[in-house]
Ligand binder design. Structure first.
Ligand code: PAF
Length: 294
């Protein structure tokens, strides 16, 4: 009988100094360093980032850290899924060189007083409904960049605004890091993968499809020649209301500035944040350009 071999899980570090020494060694060998920042509860969307990073980089670090500073006081920091053992198993055999799992105390030492404040496109959409969210994201990502010093960092397009802001941050702060943005991964029925999908009851899971269906409707309207943003937005709202979703925002925006557009006659991002029961989900779709994610 053939022995079953299981791939070893990648080495996990809680200590930034030990991780830094390993990364420095890889850098000395001329290996491009890749970073995939995550909050764990890894799903196929994360794993697509991980696989892309492992393919493109000589040394890849995945970080798993549920960052308290990006959650608002009434958000799900306490209940956010924490599945470290399963995450490490999911990373086994994927060409990852190290996993960084810092403690909250190590990331935010007593007296921590420095934060990255972002303006412009950080103040709309998620920024409007989750005040302080991007301050927390930018702060923790900059800290991870400083600890790992990657050449490339990988983000998912589901968090369109986050990815845009990370590009802004590296440009504004002159960080020599390429931000790579990977496509949204969806369930076969269209639901965008999210760590928060585990919160959905079967009925909420069915109703959550209204989000991707509303985005698809927007794309179809544009493909059939509708350019008036108000018409498209009204149809999107209608679709979401049909399944009783509570909308935070439905937006058609310039993909670089996130300013709202009146006419969809060029590439535009359609973005939604809506609540299904107690679960807040976000999703987006590019309109007015060939989509690779139909
Ligand atoms: O997208 C996420 O999971 C988080 O916002 C990130 C980038 C890991 C920062 O905590």
């Amino acid at each position: 009988m053939k022995a079953q071999t299981t791939a070893a899980t990648p080495p996990a570090f809680t200590d930034a100094v030990a991780l830094g020494a390993l990364v420095a060694d890889a850098r000395r060998q001329g290996k491009p360093i890749g970073l995939v920042p995550t909050m764990g509860a890894l799903h196929a969307g994360h794993l697509s980032l991980v696989d892309t990073a492992a393919r493109e980089c000589g040394f890849t670090v995945v970080t798993i850290f549920v960052n308290p500073t990006q959650f608002g006081p009434n958000e799900d920091f306490a209940s956010y899924p924490r599945t470290l053992d399963a995450d490490l198993q999911a990373l086994a055999g994927r060409g990852i060189d190290a996993v960084f799992v810092p403690s909250t105390d190590a990331m935010y030492r007593p007296g921590h007083s420095t934060y990255v404040e972002m303006a412009g496109p950080a103040l709309v959409l998620e920024g409007e409904f989750r005040p302080g969210h991007f301050r927390g994201v930018a702060t923790v990502v900059l800290k991870l960049f400083n600890l790992v010093r990657p050449d490339r960092a990988y983000f998912g397009r589901k968090d369109f605004q986050q990815a845009l802001l990370m590009r802004r941050m590296v440009e504004d702060l002159n960080l020599p890091i390429a931000i790579e943005v990977c496509p949204i991964v969806r369930e076969p029925d269209g639901l965008a993968l999210s760590s928060r999908n585990v919160y959905l009851s079967p009925d909420e899971r069915r109703r959550a499809l209204a989000i991707s269906q509303s985005l698809r409707l927007a794309r179809e309207l544009v493909e059939r020649g509708t350019t008036d943003a108000r018409t498209i937005l009204a149809r999107m709202h209608e679709r979401l209301a049909a399944d009783d979703l509570r909308v935070d925002y439905v937006a058609l925006a310039d993909p670089n500035t996130l300013e709202p557009v009146d006419v969809v006659n060029r590439p535009v991002v359609a973005a939604i944040a809506a609540r299904v029961g107690a679960t807040r989900l976000i999703d987006n779709e590019m309109l007015g350009e060939a989509s690779s994610e139909k």
